[in-house]
Design a protein around this ligand. Structure first.
Ligand code: ADP
Ligand code: MG
Length: 387
């Protein structure tokens, strides 16, 4: 049941905490392509972005419109820098504080998910997407940090038909997931983790990885729009004076997931078809399950959340209804031909807006220091006995 009585008022601090934990949903409109602006293909606008009042309006026909509100509305002229600052930077900052964070792009194929997240921007730095910018930002902050030593580890995988393939070691094509029985954290044992030296190091790895992705997809006869690409940055921070102190130090360990999801269009098509071919079903499974989880989470009394039904949702469990800070970028295109897809994408975003996470700092004991101290105590004892 929904709480409505005044006696149940949540204290202010608690309220702010909850507000901070809600999944942030941002809508980004792709500009028209050259093709879409050509004479005979020209079309009337059906999508209207109003950033000032955070509203997106869809014009169904001359007399009907639908309006939706979001946390942020990014018009087609919004730069990658702007998208980074409004959507990703707050998540990166949380990760540095030791929270887990997630940034996802969800939308129909061709609406700009890969551009937004994975663009490497080799020729044009201003086109760099969220992945490169997050790493750049992390390194800038790490270098400027006088209190902590920061290390950044990178993993990069692709998920296609419930198979997880390591993009850093493509021969590793069927990674299994593991859930820690104590912490409930889901990890991918055996996945390559590269300790990053600097931004250029990351960019060169991403170049190789994106080629691996193309090769892998050719082999499987799949288009990249059917797979999810998931970058995982593990940020470990340790106080600089840790070695000097006697006390056991706490490490801050934040994980940042950056997910370029498969095109959302298949969900709807297969959904309306009633039953579907095995392949389509499997390709859909992760996105369908994500939708199911979100629907469950937004119910007043969420019971069982079906995270376990797909690999994507198992991995992203902490991002929806968990302890991570999550931003969801909903990408849409301007073309009236895809009106229905645009509408269902926007509605997906509306549901995600209601998902509440409870942010929690991830702290680890520094076992290396712990054992050092234990060793010292042991040495003392041994010395005493020998005397
Ligand atoms: P998706 O990954 O959702 O299928 P893409 O990122 O591949 O879509 O984008 C489709 C096309 O539109 C690409 O050619 C891309 O460069 C272009 N594009 C997408 N978003 C933008 C943008 N904000 N500005 C300029 N071009 C864009
Ligand atoms: Mg793409």
């Amino acid at each position: 049941a929904r709480r409505s009585s005044k006696g149940d008022e949540v204290p202010k601090a608690k309220k702010e905490e909850q507000l901070a934990g809600r999944v942030r949903v941002v809508v980004r409109l792709r500009p028209r392509t050259a093709d879409e602006t050509k004479g005979d293909k020209d079309f009337a606008d059906v999508v209207f972005m109003e950033p000032e009042i955070k509203r997106v309006t869809l014009k169904k026909n001359h007399w009907e419109t639908d309006s939706y509100f979001y946390d942020t509305v990014l018009p087609d002229h919004a730069s990658q820098k702007k998208v980074y600052e409004t959507v990703t930077q707050p998540v990166v900052e949380s990760v540095l504080q030791g929270y887990n964070g997630t940034v996802l792009a969800y939308g129909q194929t061709g609406t700009g998910k890969t551009h937004t997240l994975a663009n490497i921007g080799l020729e044009d730095k201003s086109a760099r997407g969220m992945m490169v910018r997050a790493v750049e930002d992390l390194f800038e902050k790490a270098v400027a940090d006088t209190e902590y030593n920061t290390s950044i580890k990178l993993s990069y995988v692709q998920m296609y038909m419930e198979m997880v393939q390591d993009l850093l070691r493509p021969e590793n094509a069927n990674i299994t997931l593991y859930e820690d029985p104590d912490t409930k954290e889901v990890t991918m044992p055996g996945v390559e983790e590269v300790m990053l030296d600097n931004l250029d190091h990351c960019i060169s790895i991403m170049e190789v990885a994106s080629k691996s992705r193309v090769v892998a997809n050719q082999k499987m006869n799949a288009s990249s729009s059917r797979s999810h690409a998931l970058m995982i940055l593990t940020v470990l921070r340790q106080p600089k004076d840790a070695d000097k102190g006697e006390n056991i130090v706490l490490l801050r360990r934040g994980k940042l997931y950056l997910a370029d999801l498969a095109g959302s269009e298949r969900i709807n098509k297969s959904g309306s078809a009633g039953h579907m071919a095995d392949e389509a079903k499997s390709i859909n499974l992760s996105l369908t399950t994500l939708g199911k989880c979100i629907n469950c989470l937004t119910e007043p009394n969420p019971g069982h959340i079906p995270y376990r039904e797909s690999k994507l949702t198992r991995l992203l469990k902490d991002s929806f209804g968990g302890s991570a800070r999550t931003s969801l970028i909903i990408t849409i295109g301007p073309n009236p031909e895809h009106f229905q897809e645009t509408l269902s994408t926007l509605q997906f975003g509306q549901r995600a807006l209601k998902v509440q996470n409870n942010l929690k700092i991830q702290e680890d004991l520094d076992y290396r220091l712990l054992s050092k101290r234990q060793q010292a105590e042991l040495d003392k004892l041994t010395a005493a006995v020998e005397r």
